[in-house]
Design a binder for this molecule. Structure first.
Ligand code: F0G
Length: 482
């Protein structure tokens, strides 16, 4: 894609779309934000959207649709079985990934449920570059064990590596030598590795994982939920792939895999998901679980309207101008924050900007959930809703002990094509202020800790009265500004 050079010499993202539908937003005064976050137990998942100014919780199911997607929704074919809408979606997936079979599911974790139930047995190992919360929950639920074989730089918040989501292939070979291929249910690669800052893997690395799987007779599964960002980074950063088009890179990635599953809340800018399968036997093994848990084989829990939108969204994902807005906005946000000394995961990845709470709040121990505390403080300072991606997102061990996360991050997701650059500038400004006042931010403790996926609906409270102090400092610095 040709880039636009500015006369000013600045490097700014430039949207290749215009806004045609808008939604009004409200920015509450900070005192009301304090009441809202306290009511939510300092868990940003429990905030009500009416109290949120910029919702940067996630890019899941909240990306803006294109006019073509909206138009396609009107043409959906309502039928329980054999809908033309499903045929269109299936054909598009076959065209993009080159796999013949498709199992629809209501969203990404439903695909993970089906995969785990089919392949994972008590004691099975599932090596992967890095886990995602729902992936791990489904594997552990059926007695399996997740092994994270991420390249060492992947766990460094500021290693400048281009492909920090790369799989440690030598570690996979060692694992097979030590534990035997029969102990491994499948190997999983996650595109745009979510929990370590949306970091991509390279096409070359994926091909090496494939070679290792082929040597050992292992099934290779790709989680393509964040594929769009990973495609952009391969195109931009991997010299050996620079001559390939986005559809060619996509096909090369799929060709390395046996199974590709995805959350269409991300990939395809809609709401749904599914599993693409190359081999008929593998397809048949999983097929029965779709009508049992999701819905009939031609909708799998998705509405026909969403399936139409996903079909068009997948087509548009093959156009670099349609997928570059997210990574370019994130790059801008990360480099601005970095220039002001706010600690962020570098280089910029996909999904969103990731603030490093371990360094931002280096006076807090991990047992006081620095990432959760920072997410609460960001909301207070700005009305921006981010997401804790640290120890609070981990699950306790069966013996009740608490694993400390590798990283304590606050993710500020950039839902694609939703926010303007001035809104992003506002978020950057408030983060700068918060960083200058970081010593005021204290830790959190549980008041209600659920056993499963505690980060979704657990409640915490501040240790001490730091939240009130932060509000007072905001008023002193900003007067009556919102
Ligand atoms: N895999 C990855 C890499 C994901 O990012 C997600 C969801 C899933 C699987 C599960 O898909 O939500 O459709 O069931 N990520 C969301 C997020 C929740 O906010 O990052 P789902």
């Amino acid at each position: 894609m040709p880039k636009v050079t500015y006369f000013s010499g600045q490097s700014l993202p430039l949207e290749m779309h215009k806004v045609r539908i808008i939604q009004k937003l409200t920015l509450l005064p900070i005192e009301e934000r304090l009441a809202a976050v306290a009511k939510a137990g300092y868990n940003t998942f429990l905030l009500e959207n009416k109290d949120v100014f910029l919702d940067m919780l996630t890019d899941s199911g909240v990306n803006a649709m294109s006019d073509r997607q909206q138009a396609a929704m009107l043409l959906a074919d309502d039928a329980y079985a054999g809908s033309a809408t499903f045929t269109r979606l299936h054909s598009k997936l076959r065209e993009i990934f080159g796999m013949d079979y498709f199992l629809p599911a209501h969203q990404g974790r439903a695909a993970e449920h089906i995969l785990a139930k089919t392949y994972v047995r008590p004691g099975s190992l599932v090596p992967m570059n890095y886990h995602f919360t729902t992936t791990k929950a489904h594997i552990v639920e059926v007695g399996g064990e997740v092994l994270e074989l991420i390249c060492p730089e992947g766990l460094s918040v500021d290693d400048p590596g281009d492909f920090k989501g790369n799989f440690d292939v030598a570690a996979l070979d060692r694992l097979v030598a030590e534990r035997g291929a029969e102990s491994i249910a499948f190997v999983r690669v996650e595109a745009g590795t979510n929990l370590i800052g949306g970091q991509p893997f390279s096409l070359e690395n994926l091909r090496q994982v494939r070679a290792s799987c082929s040597r050992h007779g292992l099934i290779l599964v790709m989680d393509a939920s964040l594929l769009a960002d990973n495609l952009y980074f391969i195109k931009e950063r991997e010299a050996a792939a620079a001559h390939l088009s986005i559809p060619q890179i996509t096909r090369a990635m799929a060709d390395a895999c046996d199974i590709v599953y995805f959350s269409a809340r991300k990939l395809g800018f809609g709401r749904g998901g599914g599993i693409c399968v190359r081999d008929q036997e593998i397809y048949k093994k999983m097929r029965g679980l779709v009508p049992m848990y999701e819905g009939f084989l031609t909708y799998g829990g998705m509405s026909v309207r969403e399936m139409e939108a996903i079909t068009v969204g997948l087509d548009e994902t093959m156009d670099e101008d349609m997928i570059n807005q997210g990574p370019q906005f994130i790059e801008h946000m990360v480099s601005e924050l970095d220039s002001y000394g706010v600690p962020v995961v570098k280089p910029a990845g996909g999904l969103g900007a990731h603030v490093d709470a371990m360094r931002f709040l280096d006076h807090l121990p991990q047992t006081q959930y620095p990432a959760a505390a920072l997410a609460g403080a960001v909301y207070l300072a700005s009305g921006v809703r981010g997401m804790e991606r640290g120890t609070m997102s981990e699950q306790r061990n069966p013996d009740g002990s608490e694993p400390m996360a590798h990283m304590e991050l606050v993710r500020l997701a950039i839902p694609r094509r939703v926010f303007t650059l001035s809104q992003v500038s506002y978020a950057i400004d408030r983060l700068r202020w918060l960083h200058a006042n970081r010593h005021l931010v204290g830790g959190l403790r549980w008041i209600e800790e659920p056993e499963i996926l505690r980060f979704f609906y657990g409640r915490l409270e501040p240790i001490g009265d730091w939240a009130q102090e932060l509000v007072a400092k905001f008023r002193a610095d900003f007067g009556d500004s919102l």
